[in-house]
Design a protein around this ligand. Sequence first.
Ligand code: SF4
Length: 168
Amino acid sequence: MSSKIKLAVSACLLGENVRYDGGHKLEPIIREKLGPFVDFIPICPEVECGLPIPREPMRLMGKPNNPRLMTITTRTDHTQKMNDWARKKLKVLAKQNVCAYIFKSKSPSCGLTRIKIYGDHSQPIGLGAGLWARMFMQRFPHVPVVDEASFYEPGFWEMFIGRMFSTK
Ligand code: SF4
């Protein structure tokens, strides 16, 4: 078994075709910078909780402090489905001793910050984290989390690699 540390990554950032439109958001720099140090754990919460590819796009709706994950056009509520999967997945990740997580930004499931939350009349009423990202951060408050929007900040990779190994 590999002795490398375990890094969770939104699966679409590793090139997996799991997005709502059947595409990916590959960031080759993740493997270039971190491949030598880590075993990747690709995670797509929307697909792993049972939603198809392609699928109807979703957004967060309802109370800003406890939003629901809803499809935009048909208003199908996938919150329970996501929560049921997430509870089991968090237990698995605890056993895998994940040292950090790179999330996809701007996603109602994976986004870390500034994800729009909408009211009943489709008006934005707040900002928050994606449903899965929020659950992960609550369960693992000391595990470093970043999104791909940070990659091009000066000194990012040195800082992130240092933080990954400090939680080993
Ligand atoms: S952002 Fe998250 S939920 Fe959306 S496709 Fe990527 S891994 Fe899946």
